[in-house]
Design a protein around this ligand. Structure first.
Ligand code: NAP
Length: 277
């Protein structure tokens, strides 16, 4: 029951109408029996600081999504290591000391999803497509999982170089063009580009240029199979979409707010209900 002590957690972004997080989080709150409610608030950049500070000060918090994750990283008073290294914040909450705490749970989300998909990724050779916010979180997650090497391929070369410099260290290398990959083998390919969000999008990778691929993971999720996953399965590669990552990053956010394990199965069921509509 919503009462005067109910904590308000809000998703701040523009747009937010498509988000599945309210259903997933409210199902989790109900299952765990915590006194909270999760809503989605359309929020322009000019209102972000006010919403974040106000919600946190009222004892709540929330998530931040496109296009505000980088701006949110500058708002939080106590950023996690993931926020500092990726320069992005997707989860915030008010602490008892009055400060706004922030984390980037895309990092924990991708790590847990990777482990569920490939087991222990330590030592793997990985090809990462993209250099935006999701790619930065993925690169940090891959390095924390002690993969052997990450090759980064992105439409804008400069953005890929900047990501490799900021997060990658000596284990990341930038690939200038797909042809450079000819004959190479990877244990895992991750699509962290937006290509595939629209049904007309081409695959961001021509698998035929590669010699061998062990597994393919798309961060995109939804009822429809993305062009990347279609290309991967045509090439005979084992694949998964971003649904697990979505649930795991939501679970990590839940754990930031409530300091207890998230009810994963209830969250998965809620996502399944949304996707089947
Ligand atoms: P972003 O910061 O806007 O980055 C977009 C990326 O896609 C950039 O690398 C961009 O390349 C590339 N791109 C865009 N249009 C392209 C095109 N026409 N051709 C080639 N590359 C193109 O977005 P983001 O936040 O990283 O999100 C990326 C994807 O990850 C989205 O589909 C999002 O839904 C998904 N995601 C999933 C989860 C999950 O929990 N499963 C979490 C976060 C994000 P340039 O640098 O050249 O522009």
């Amino acid at each position: 029951m919503i009462s005067s002590s109910t904590r308000v957690l809000a998703l701040l972004g523009d747009p937010v109408r498509h988000s599945m997080s309210p259903e997933i989080q409210n199902a989790a709150f109900g299952e765990a029996g915590v006194d909270g409610v999760y809503v989605a608030l359309q929020c322009g950049v000019e209102d972000l600081v006010g919403f974040m500070r106000g919600l946190a000060r009222a004892g709540g918090g929330g998530n931040v999504t496109l296009p505000h994750k980088e701006k949110a990283a500058a708002v939080v008073d106590a950023p996690s290591d993931a926020v500092r290294r990726t320069g992005a914040c997707n989860t915030f909450w008010g602490g008892p000391d009055g400060r706004v705490y922030g984390d980037n749970t895309d990092v924990a989300g991708v790590r847990r999803a990777l482990r569920a998909f490939v087991g222990d990724p330590a030592g793997m050779r990985v090809l990462l497509l993209g250099a935006g916010g999701a790619a930065r979180a993925t690169l940090m997650g891959l390095l924390e999982e002690r993969v052997g090497e990450v090759a980064i391929l992105n439409r804008s070369l400069e953005r890929a170089r900047a990501v490799a410099r900021r997060i990658g260290g000596h284990r990341a290398r930038v690939v200038q063009a797909t042809l450079e990959l000819r004959g190479q083998s990877f244990d895992l390919v991750v699509n962290a580009t937006r290509l595939g969000l629209s049904p007309e999008d081409p695959s961001p990778l021509d698998f035929e240029v590669l010699d061998r691929v062990g597994a393919a993971m798309d961060l995109i999720y939804g009822a429809r199979t993305s062009s990347f996953l279609r290309a991967a399965s045509d090439y005979g590669v084992r694949c998964t979409d971003g649904a697990d990552m979505l649930v795991f990053q939501g679970a990590a956010s839940f754990e930031c707010w409530w300091d207890r394990p998230a009810p994963l199965e209830a969250m998965r069921r809620a996502l399944g209900r949304v996707l089947s509509r």
